[in-house]
Ligand binder design. Structure first.
Ligand code: ADP
Length: 173
């Protein structure tokens, strides 16, 4: 089954989906950007669960993903994945960013998630080039074989990302 892919402009914390993905940092203790917005809107429950995960497994490595409940958010789960900081090593950074999407989707599949919403991971504070990040994101979700996930939403906070996603997805049709 191939999930439907949608592009939405707006705030990820407002999106109605079974799971939303957080562009977290490896500490799992919250930060700026979308991470800060998720913790602010979701409340203390999410941070408490992140702290439990840290106590159990230590930090979350780049490209990996962990899950918590979604506190006060409309979603059921928050999948926290750690994107790479862009450092001009295109090959390494691209593989790590691809892993964020793959590992988040695998985790979602294991949780019987039907709809999942992603932010544009690494394209904020971590400075990954937006067009390359979008190409990787789209390629990985289109490659992913799933029995359960029905819809994947790319939630773009800025117009530049929305334009890039719209353009790339149109080219693929
Ligand atoms: P990173 O550290 O992975 O770069 P950021 O949170 O700084 O994470 O940025 C990732 C993307 O999330 C950026 O494109 C940023 O514009 C976007 N973003 C920031 N706040 C929100 C939000 N509330 N909803 C959706 N996307 C957001």
């Amino acid at each position: 089954m191939k999930p439907v892919i949608e592009v939405l402009k707006g705030d990820l914390t407002k999106v109605q989906a079974d799971a939303i993905v957080n562009a977290a940092n490896s500490s799992l203790l919250g930060g700026g950007g979308v991470d800060g917005a998720i913790h602010r809107a979701g409340g203390k429950q999410i941070l408490d669960e992140c702290i439990e995960i840290r106590n159990r497994q230590g930090k979350c490595k780049t490209g990996e993903a962990v899950v918590t409940s979604a506190g006060n958010l409309p979603a059921k789960y928050v999948i926290h994945t750690v994107g790479p900081v862009w450092n001009n090593n295109e090959e390494k950074s691209s593989t790590l960013l691809a892993n964020c999407y793959i590992n988040s989707l695998k985790l979602a599949e294991s949780l019987d998630v039907k709809t999942i919403a992603f932010p544009n991971i690494s394209t904020g504070i971590y400075h990954f080039p937006k067009e390359l990040a979008a190409k990787i994101a789209i390629q990985e979700v289109q490659k992913f074989n799933t029995e359960k996930i029905e819809k994947i939403i790319f939630v773009c906070f800025d117009e530049e990302n929305e334009t890039i996603y719209d353009k790339l997805l149109k080219e693929k049709q």
